[in-house]
Design a protein around this ligand. Structure first.
Ligand SMILES: Nc1nc2c(ncn2[C@@H]2O[C@H](COP(=O)(O)OP(=O)(O)O)[C@@H](O)[C@H]2O)c(=O)[nH]1
Ligand SMILES: [Mg+2]
Length: 179
């Protein structure tokens, strides 16, 4: 799953990496979302995802199906359905408005699926260069795997997905070892 707050680059990432024509459910942003969905930092955003983004990518011999879930809380019933059986979640974060990510992280931590996840910090213009440890501290996730990612760049986005799969496999192995 590719998750994160509104406007962090979920749709962009899936579009960048997908080897099939990505399925989108983008709709124009209307006045109805004024005061609800903040466009702070992404003033050029004119559409929003209303159901999900879907794409597919082959990493060596592993085929990943990518589901981008809308960042807004009102879509979280979709989230729980998708999380069932998912390998893990890539959490995109825009450091200019890190507080927007707390709700999504809460959702991950309380979800019954207990998905493994990693943090992918997007490179947006005007972001100060925070060290990985500063990011972990700000998110109160001392153990989190943190990677950098430009959702518009193919290599960078693929590397983030590889880091997620690697992390999910490590979590899986240590869970097996405990059994
Ligand atoms: N600089 C920069 N801009 C990005 C990045 N990812 C997305 N954007 C831009 O941010 C805006 C919101 O992206 P979008 O994919 O619609 O966000 P979503 O709401 O999470 O699906 C778009 O205008 C993108 O072009 C990134 O990694 N770096
Ligand atoms: Mg979107």
């Amino acid at each position: 799953m590719v998750v994160g707050a509104y406007g962090v680059g979920k749709t962009t990432l899936i579009e960048t990496v997908s080897e099939t024509r990505p399925l989108h459910t983008e709709e124009p942003i209307t006045d109805a979302s004024a005061g609800i969905d903040s466009l702070h930092g992404v003033p050029d955003k004119v559409t929003t995802t209303v159901a999900l983004d879907f794409g597919r990518i082959t990493l060596d011999t592993t085929v990943l199906f990518l589901f981008g879930t809308p960042g807004q809380q009102r879509f979280w019933s979709v989230w729980e359905d998708l999380a069932e059986g998912a390998i893990g979640a890539l959490v995109l974060i825009d450091l200019r408005r890190i507080e927007d990510s707390f709700a999504v992280l809460d959702q991950l931590d309380t979800s019954r699926s207990r998905l493994p996840y990693i943090i992918a910090v997007n490179r947006f213009p005007g972001t100060r260069d925070y060290a990985d440890d500063e990011v972990r501290q700000a998110l109160a996730l001392p153990e989190a795997v943190v990677v950098r990612c430009d959702a518009r760049d193919h290599r960078s986005s693929v590397d983030a997905l590889i880091a997620l799969v690697t992390h999910a496999m490590t979590c899986h192995d240590s869970a097996e070892a405990r059994l």
